[in-house]
Write a protein of this length. Structure first.
Length: 339
């Protein structure tokens, strides 16, 4: 092995210096750049001695007198950690084809946490609405977490990168979970790779969020004031006696909701489906159901995204997951409630 743990090396794509912190195998090592760790191929790094030797030394000019008002504020040191959110970072793997041209064969995906908080996360990669890869784990502050490699050619199949984050240490002031979905187009990824080559950098990235969101504040209604104004106040404990029966499973396929759906626009169909979802969601809460399964189908994923967006900040939702079910495949989301 050319390198050892503790060696200072140069990243050839970005011209940055790094430190070897782990030997992964004969072709790859783990390096650390300013607190961020990620794997690097042996052929993409080298010792920095030639770079240091070949750099021209600049003779420092004579110091001039400075007044207090002219002194600039001290910049953060190079080793100081910058807090700027959670990112999906992509490392293209370049190879030389039979014509001698550099081409991208694979993409390496990393989740990078540049905050001071530890998160639990669920990650899912979907192609054309079908889940291909799923992972659940924890990422610590200023840590890079390797997710997987993916062939570059697969980016033509409309990939969807879905993350659900939650705090490892729950905080009553913060949201129970936060969902982030990326749907980059193949043209967009190709453009980012071209920019990366021009700038001689090793990776490009997509921001998932700046900071974990606060719990939404809900306004409480003063029933006493309403009663003094003449409004009738009913006992909510007895309201269930007059409600429609709930369902543990609701099917939102439009042909299940109405016979006259063929003349409806996509917007009208989606509105009808959301209205039906809201109805049985409210009934599930009113009857204190422990769970509710919503069949939304696979399709383009628009209905599923709309439902997930509605569930994000609702305090009565303990969790929700869209995973393979023997009866529904990937076309249903199970919601668990807390009271």
């Amino acid at each position: 092995m050319k390198f050892e743990v503790g060696d200072t090396v140069l990243l050839l794509h970005s011209n940055e210096e790094a430190r070897v912190v782990e030997i992964i195998n004969e072709k790859m090592v783990m390096v650390d750049v300013k607190g961020v760790k990620f794997p690097a191929y042996i052929d993409q790094i080298d010792f920095p001695y030639f770079k240091r030797f070949s750099e021209k030394k600049v003779v420092a000019p004579k110091k001039q007198k400075q007044f207090v008002d002219d002194i600039r504020k001290e910049k953060p040191s190079a080793g100081q950690r910058v807090v700027d959110g959670v990112w999906l970072v992509v490392f293209p793997k370049f190879e030389t084809d039979e014509f001698g041209d550099e081409v991208v064969e694979d993409l390496k995906f990393h989740l990078v946490n540049r905050t001071e908080t530890t998160y639990n996360f669920t990650y899912r990669l979907n192609y054309l609405g079908t889940s291909e890869f799923e992972l659940k784990n924890t990422i610590h502050p200023f840590e890079s977490f390797y997710l997987h490699d993916e062939p570059f050619a697969n980016m033509n199949d409309n990939p969807s990168f879905e993350f659900i984050f939650s705090l490892q240490k729950p905080d009553k002031r913060k949201a129970d979970h936060y969902e982030s979905i990326l749907k980059p187009k193949a043209k967009q990824i190709f453009s980012r790779i071209e920019q990366l080559r021009e700038k001689n950098e090793a990776s490009f990235s997509f921001k998932l969020f700046d900071s974990y969101p606060d719990r939404p504040v809900e306004e409480k209604m003063d029933l006493g004031k309403l009663a003094t104004k003449g409004y009738k106040i009913y006992d909510a404990k007895r309201s269930r006696e007059h409600l429609e029966s709930p369902r543990s499973v609701i099917d939102l396929h439009v042909e299940k909701l109405t016979d006259n759906w063929k003349h409806l626009s996509n917007y009208e169909i989606l509105s009808l489906q959301i209205k039906e979802f809201e109805k049985y969601y409210d009934l599930a809460l009113a009857h204190m159901q422990p769970s509710l399964i919503v069949i939304h189908g696979v399709g383009t994923g628009k209905l599923r995204e709309e439902i997930h967006e509605l569930l994000k900040y609702r305090k009565e939702v303990k969790s929700y997951v869209n995973q393979f079910h023997p009866s529904f495949g990937y076309g249903a989301t199970e919601i668990l409630f807390q009271y």
